[in-house]
Design a protein around this ligand. Structure first.
Ligand code: FAD
Length: 313
């Protein structure tokens, strides 16, 4: 005789700002949500020090603290949090399957909030100084370097966009581009090249980020001549791309060419009824905690209406 499977009204995959905000709304709507945290409970903000741009914290907040607050708020209304990784899904439906290794949970609605991961260069000094001068988000951390000199690595549209953003705040922005040209659109290239306080160093790669407790400079190498230079700076921004954590949804949901989930514009609805997507996993444009929280809220409201429509209360 087959074992009866656990069935939940709402399963939320991911525990960043999107997942926990969805959980707060779903729990308060009596959907008894179950959150799977994945390998990074609390999400990306748990690897940052200061979050200064999330509304409601006038003095800023430590990233891990903020995520702990969000978890407690979700649990206060009855959210169940499991510290496990979802390994597979089956959206053949109408009831969806969320699979954790050899265990299957049935879900009337699923909210995806699996986020995205910034790509890093892979240097020891980059890891050691992460959050202490090294950042992958100019919009998040640029303000801390107001009036100072910074270095940014990258050659695509996002790197060009972030360099322009930093140039408005910082006294000088040095952009390290690995090849002899940028990948960014012509318009974006034109913008950075015509910004007086942005200097682009083509054919340059980062060798090491210098500093003990904070960034003091960057050692870079010209890969055409072999010459090494040291660039003094207090901030080092990595803008070489992000990877959405959406591999387990391949074949089930529509994605763009880089793996970002597609939703019906103005909603969190995917092409599968009862499956909703929120946060960075479905947003390659804004990638902020507050926008992730906002779309997490949308996903819970969409799920709640979906359940009501199919008669699940
Ligand atoms: C260093 C750093 C500093 C930042 N600073 C700021 C800032 O100051 N202000 C700001 O607004 N934004 C900041 N951001 C961006 C912000 O962190 C993200 O926009 C936000 O966290 C996205 O939220 P999310 O909920 O979509 O996903 P994430 O925070 O990425 O969380 C994704 C969650 O999904 C889980 N997960 C993934 N796969 C699975 C799976 N298979 N099963 C179960 N769970 C899974 C992960 O474990 C994680 O809990 C920063 C980002 C970084 C990296």
């Amino acid at each position: 005789m087959s074992e009866e499977l656990e069935r939940r009204k709402c399963v939320i995959i991911g525990s960043g700002p999107a997942g926990y905000t969805a959980a707060i709304y779903a729990a308060r709507a009596d959907m008894e949500p179950l959150v799977y945290t994945g390998m990074q409970p609390g999400g990306q903000l748990t690897i940052t020090t200061e979050v200064d741009n999330y509304p409601g914290y006038p003095d800023g907040v430590n990233g891990p603290q903020m995520m702990e607050d969000l978890r407690k708020q979700a649990e206060r209304f009855g959210t169940e949090v499991r510290y496990e990784l979802v390994t597979e899904v089956d959206f053949t439906g109408p009831v969806h399957k969320v699979i954790i290794n050899d265990k299957t949970v049935l879900a009337d609605s699923v909210i995806i909030a699996t986020g995205a991961s910034a790509k890093w260069l892979g240097l020891e000094s980059e890891q050691r100084l992460n959050g202490f001068g090294v950042s992958a988000c100019a919009v998040c951390d640029g303000f801390f370097y107001k009036g100072q000199e910074v270095v940014i690595v990258g050659a695509g549209d996002t790197a060009a966009e972030e360099a322009s953003y930093l140039a408005k705040l910082c006294s000088k922005v040095t952009m390290l581009v690995r090849r002899d040209e940028m990948r960014a659109s012509k318009a974006m290239q034109h913008r950075v090249m015509n910004t007086p306080n942005i200097e682009i160093l083509f054919n340059h790669e980062t060798v090491e980020i210098l500093g003990d407790k904070g960034v003091e400079g960057v050692k870079a190498k010209n890969n055409a001549t072999g010459e090494e230079i040291t660039i003094p700076c207090t901030g080092f921004f990595v803008a070489i791309g992000h990877k959405p954590n959406t591999d387990i949804f391949k074949g089930w949901l529509d994605m763009d060419e880089t793996g970002y989930l597609k939703v019906t514009p103005g909603s969190s609805k995917t092409k599968i009824p009862g499956v909703f997507a929120s946060g960075d996993a479905a947003d390659k444009v804004y990638r902020q905690a507050v926008t992730a929280a906002g779309t997490g809220c949308m996903a819970a409201l969409d799920a709640e209406r979906y359940l009501a429509d199919i008669g699940i209360h």
